[in-house]
Design a protein around this ligand. Structure first.
Ligand code: SAM
Length: 288
C-alpha cells in the first residue's frame, strides 16, 4: 500500500455528500475572465481538471462521456456531415467525431481559450486532435451568440458539451438558445445536450428545467443515461432531441457497425438500453 499525502480535492454532490480524490500532484491553477481552472493528478483516475471546483473529466473515465455524447447520434443518422460543438474545450467530443472519415466539418465554439490550451498541455489524450484534424474549426466565443448568428439549417448535429448551468454556460440552458439550435439544424437535425442527473435535488431540478424547454421546441425529445463514476451519483444523462429521427426506430446499427470503430463504452446493444430509463427517472420526465 502506497503512503498517501493528505491533500484532497472534494466535490459536493449535495450538502452532506461529497466525492473526494487524493491529489498525487497539483499540476496547475489559474483564473480566467470566465472561470477558475485547476489540473490535478490522482493515482486511480489519472490527470483530471476542474472548472470553478466542478470536475470536468478524468483521464480514466472520460471515454464514457465522450462515447455517449457522440455515437448514439451518429448511429441514428450515420450520414451526419456538419457538426457544431458548443463548449467541449477538452477536445474529447471532437476526438470521437474526428474518427468518422465522412464527417466534413466540425465547428467547436469554446468560450474560454485557456481551457483548450491547458488541455493541450496536460490532457493530450483528449485535446491533441484539436490541432491535428483540419476539419475541426475552433472559435473562441460565446456559444449562445454563435448559435444566434448561425445560418438556418446549417448543421446536422449539435453537441452541447458545456459545464453545468452556472457561470458562463447559463445561457446554454435557455429557451432562446434551444430555439436557435432548432433553427440552425437541418430537417434531420439532432441536438444532444446536458441533462445532468436525477438523483440529487440540485441536479434533478436542472434536468427538469432543460427537458421542459426542449420538449416545447423539438417534436422528438428523449433522454438517455450512462454510468460515469466521477459525476454526481455515478449516473449522468444527455438529452436527444430531433426534428424527425427517433433514436430507437431510426437506429441504423448496420451502417454504424460498417464504420468499424472500436469503442470502449458504446455499442449497438447498449444503444437501445441507454434510452430505457429507471422508473424514478421516467416519472420525473413524464411529470413535465
Ligand atoms: N464534460 C464536461 C462536464 O460536463 O463536466 C464538460 C466539458 S467542457 C470542459 C465544458 C466547456 O464549456 C468548458 O470548457 C467551458 O469553458 C465551456 N463553456 C461554458 N459556457 C460556454 C459558452 N457560453 N459558450 C461556449 N463554451 C462554453
Amino acid at each position: 500500500m502506497l503512503a498517501r499525502k493528505d491533500l484532497w480535492y472534494s466535490e459536493y454532490h449535495s450538502n452532506d455528500v461529497k466525492l473526494s480524490f487524493n491529489i498525487a500532484e497539483y499540476l496547475h491553477e489559474e483564473e480566467t475572465p470566465f472561470q477558475k481552472i485547476a489540473f490535478m493528478k490522482n493515482e486511480t483516475f489519472g490527470t483530471f481538471f476542474t472548472l470553478d471546483g466542478y470536475i470536468m473529466l478524468t483521464e480514466k473515465d472520460e471515454f464514457v462521456y465522450h462515447d455517449m455524447i457522440t455515437h448514439p447520434a451518429m448511429a441514428t443518422n450515420p450520414d451526419i456531415k456538419n457538426v457544431l460543438i458548443i463548449g467541449g474545450g477538452d477536445g474529447g467530443s471532437a476526438r470521437e467525431l474526428s474518427r468518422y472519415k465522412h464527417i466534413e466539418r466540425i465547428d467547436m465554439v469554446e468560450i474560454d481559450e485557456r481551457v483548450v490550451r491547458l488541455c493541450q498541455k496536460f490532457l493530450p489524450q483528449t485535446a491533441e486532435v484539436l490541432d491535428k484534424d483540419p476539419r475541426i474549426h475552433l472559435y473562441f466565443e460565446d456559444g449562445l451568440a454563435f448559435a444566434k448568428n448561425a445560418k438556418d439549417g446549417e448543421y446536422d448535429l449539435i453537441l452541447v458539451d458545456s459545464t453545468d448551468p452556472i457561470g458562463p454556460s447559463e445561457g446554454l440552458f435557455t429557451y432562446d438558445f434551444y430555439s436557435n439550435c432548432f433553427r440552425i439544424l437541418n430537417e434531420k437535425g439532432i441536438l444532444i445536450n446536458q441533462h445532468e442527473s436525477a438523483f440529487f435535488e440540485d441536479f434533478r431540478s436542472e434536468m427538469i428545467r432543460a427537458h421542459q424547454k426542449i420538449k416545447k421546441i423539438f417534436p422528438i425529445a428523449k433522454v438517455y443515461g450512462f454510468n460515469t463514476p466521477t459525476y454526481a451519483s455515478g449516473y449522468w444523462y444527455f438529452g436527444f432531441a430531433s426534428k424527425k429521427l427517433d433514436p430507437i426506430k431510426d437506429h441504423d446499427k448496420e451502417k454504424w457497425e460498417s464504420f468499424g470503430l472500436k469503442t470502449k463504452y458504446y455499442n449497438s446493444d447498449l444503444h437501445g438500453g441507454c434510452f430505457a430509463l429507471p422508473t424514478y427517472v421516467r416519472q420525473i420526465l413524464e411529470a413535465i
